[in-house]
Design a protein around this ligand. Structure first.
Ligand code: EPZ
Length: 458
């Protein structure tokens, strides 16, 4: 067995492998993307399944793990807690939690960066070590609000939450017991927090208004393999019967539907034809309906989905982002680029996040006609009643896009800039590319495989 020091070095190396050696890409647009690429396991499952391994008494094996920097961050965090993470072959992680130990706060603080995953270590660490330290993930971002559902849930299990200047210290001097929890909103992260804590708490937990995203169902499958007893009832209610012991799992991560939807939108916007190997229809049904209504075509195959522009004009749509089975908030950014090429007025309502249209400013600079209404739109007929969190983007097309210099603001917004640059006539420079490698495996190689014209800059 390798020493912890060697593993730390390996983990460091795997971080470097996914980290990009360049910051900018110069794209000559106007070339339809054509070819085949593969998507692997979902970022939003793989990272959570890695945290779940902390709960087992024996090693876990996770397959189809993408080489993305979020996986690298969680690898290094687990390593800091004494979980030996090795990769016997590409895409496979072995996570051995036999020697879990306290980590130095500075180590965790340095690794956490802008990731939200550290929050999910709370339950497993409370069970394993009796204490969890959550670093300040960046100024005001760790105020009560963004993780209030998580902290309220942990308190309901009997945890004590203390805030300090460096972050949040959570302890459970009397252990954790089952709880009755109703989430104010079906939050993905808070649902995962409850699952990862309740499986080893004493007694039964009832979680109402849970998120039921496919990645959550896959996390439940992982936990069941470990020995957990979890009942999924109708109406977003989940019952978890706590058990005394969990063992390791062997699991193949669910496919990354967000990455698949991103490449689908890239095919549509550039007038191209992309076969996304590994894409699965069931998790993409809502996206596929919208894709078809916009005028895109797709074929579902055994080993993936072919997405293509069948010719003719694209059509405008009205879409609301929502929790599953609704249209995911992570799909709207790439789709909006395709909608700039549709004939007419499209409206996208963002109901999951308060402020997720900032990325459209750069698209407007590139020639798009997009107006963001911060308080939503009264006049548009809505499928679900007006909610507090919402803003609307009105996209009028078709507008030719032209090249520009743009800086990646966040993961999905950043990928939409790549699509816009590929769609635009002329040359664009997209900087701050490192953010895209958080969630898109080998995206530069994939662009090359699809015939994109570009050069990389340091
Ligand atoms: C997960 O974030 C995903 N991230 C997000 O993907 C995804 O957009 C989101 O779920 C919705 O599907 C990961 O899985 C790592 P939430 P999460 O808790 O769990 C509010 C991507 O690009 N809220 O469902 O953080 C929150 O502010 C990323 O891949 C609270 O108010 O999302 C938001 O408005 C981005 N208090 C809403 O709930 C809380 O304590 C939904 O957030 C928690 C959440």
């Amino acid at each position: 067995m390798d020493s912890i020091a060697d593993l730390a070095k390996d983990a460091q190396k795997s971080g470097e492998r996914v980290g990009l050696a360049f910051d900018s890409i110069v794209i000559d647009g106007g070339v339809p993307l054509r070819g085949r690429i593969e998507v692997r396991g979902a970022k939003n499952l793989a990272t959570k399944a890695m945290v779940a391994a902390l709960l087992g008494d024996t090693p876990s094996i996770l397959q189809d793990v993408p080489q993305i920097s979020d996986v690298s961050i969680v690898t290094r965090m687990l390593d800091a807690y004494g979980v030996a993470v090795t990769s016997p072959e590409e895409g496979v992680l072995v996570l051995d939690p036999t020697n879990v130990e306290r980590a130095h706060f500075a180590q965790i603080d340095a690794l956490a960066g802008s990731s939200r995953i550290p929050i999910l270590f709370c339950g497993p660490l409370l069970h394993r070590l009796g204490e969890a330290l959550i670093p300040d993930l960046g100024g005001c971002r760790i105020g009560d609000r963004p993780i209030d559902f998580h902290m309220d849930a942990l308190r309901a299990f009997g945890a004590i939450v203390d805030k300090s200047y460096e972050g949040i210290r959570i302890t459970a001097p009397n252990g954790l017991h089952g709880a009755n929890i109703e989430l104010p909103y079906p939050s993905v992260g808070a649902t995962e927090q409850v699952l990862l804590t309740a499986v080893r708490a004493q007694g039964v937990t009832e979680l109402k208004n849970a998120a039921i995203e496919p990645e959550i169902m896959d996390l439940i499958a992982v936990l069941q393999k470990m020995g957990a007893i979890i009942w999924i009832e109708p109406n977003r209610t989940i019952f978890i019967e706590g058990v005394d012991q969990l063992s390791g799992y062997t699991h193949r991560a669910i496919s990354d539907r967000n990455e698949a939807a991103s490449w689908a939108s890239a095919a549509l916007a550039t007038g191209g034809d992309i076969f996304v190997g590994g894409a699965k229809q069931p998790e993409l049904m809502t996206f596929l309906n919208v894709f078809r209504k916009v005028g895109g075509a797709f074929e579902v195959h055994e080993d993936g989905i072919r997405f293509y522009h069948p010719g003719g004009p694209l059509k405008p749509v009205q879409v609301e982002t929502d929790v599953h089975p609704g249209f995911m908030t992570d799909w709207q950014q790439p789709l909006i680029v395709a909608l700039t090429q549709a004939e007419g007025v499209s409206v996208i309502h963002e109901t999951v996040y308060e402020n997720r249209f900032g990325f459209t400013d750069a698209l407007v600079e590139m020639g798009a006609d997009i107006v963001v209404h911060k308080d939503g739109l009264e006049s548009v007929t809505r499928r679900v009643p007006r909610r507090k969190l919402e803003q609307a983007a009105v996209i009028t097309g078709p507008t030719p896009l032209h090249g520009a210099d743009v800086r990646v603001p966040d993961l999905r917004g950043g990928f939409s800039y790549l699509i816009a640059a590929l769609t635009a006539e002329g040359r664009s420079t997209v900087t701050n590319l490192g953010i895209i490698s958080r969630g898109y495996e080998h995206f530069v190689d994939k662009l090359e495989a699809l015939g994109a014209q570009f050069t990389l800059e340091g």
